[in-house]
Ligand binder design. Sequence first.
Ligand code: UD1
Ligand code: UDP
Length: 363
Amino acid sequence: MRVCSIVGARPQFIKAAVVSRTLREVAEEVLVHTGQHYDEEMSDVFFDELEIPKPEYNLGIESDTHGRQTARMVAAIEPVIEEAEPDVILLYGDTNSTLAGAIVGSKRDVAVAHVEAGLRSDNRSMPEEINRILTDHASDLCFAPSRDAIRNLTDEGITDDVYWTGDVMYDAILDARERSAGQSTILDDLSARPGEFILATVHRASNTDDPENLAAILDGLADAPLPVVFPAHPRTVNRLQEHGLWERAKSKLELIEPLGYLDFVRLLDTAERVATDSGGVQKEAFFLETRCVTLREETEWVETVECGWNRLVGAETAAIREALTSDWVPRSTPRPYGDGLAGQRIISLLQQHLDDGETEPQL
Ligand code: UD1
Ligand code: UDP
């Protein structure tokens, strides 16, 4: 079995690490990095820390308008697929790199498998929502992290070769939590104490590109009752500067460079709570039982909200302030995202599909 895995952005390196490790024991993997994220701290650090093999291809696409970036990825991925002749293209999540891989797979008639299939925020103004929908509809195998994700696919008429696998980020965090507690020195580096700081990340287009939203979030975070540690995504740094908010942010928050995975997990595990618009961070907070204040109106990780670990507050200063200040208590701690074996399940399903030409009936 030859699998071409396509990654390009920070969260995809973390997800692919879980699968690649075991995949390479049973299959030939051709790893393609589109180059969507390219700064050392947005890319190399994850390959080093998580011991992800060096990509066989780095397409070096880097930043551009989203249309052009996706088109350039499509043009660069196609000859790789021609050369590598994989049995299946394996895609993760909802970035432009994901969509580009799905387009090439469907045009070249190569099977496409999508990890994190079926997630929906029902907000079509989000670029990621369109990427998810198009990728799921172009995929031959859909690996869903939750039962809700399977329902979403069913509602859109996608019922063949849909499998519940659990979530690969749960696999990742089980390993990283322990390793980070043993290895990370980030608390000492920042002179931070467990339970005495709030962690924050912001990078979503709707929050960073709109100066009013970004300012409202800053004001909400600035009123937090504890110091706010803010590892800033390069997009957010650029927008803070462009919108004239940089000095205000620096005076109110502890702005730091983006962190490696182990340092980030250590902070998330020990933070009093987290404020974020990240998809992955909402889920990781839930896994680590850190209360999460989500700076969005909706989420695709609905289970985290239903049980009370996650509160959706949008880009509203007063709502952010209230959620960071009041002492709300989660109702329950369910486990909707599997058992930490999602990676292995995905590999078995790929093997079955490719060996038999088809998979077992749905799980
Ligand atoms: C992308 C994904 C988003 C994901 C996020 C993970 C899409 C549409 N968006 O958003 O779903 O949550 O990655 O972090 O695919 N930049 C750098 N250095 C880098 C990377 C980016 O400076 O290494 C800057 C560039 O100015 C770039 C901007 O960040 O224009 C945005 O990068 P881009 O990859 O387009 O989108 P993200 O916001 O990172
Ligand atoms: N992350 C990290 N360092 C940081 C911020 C986030 O390692 O400074 C990790 C985080 O633990 C999670 C992933 O990056 O696994 C989330 O990526 P991001 O928020 O960029 O994207 P999203 O999940 O929203 O697509």
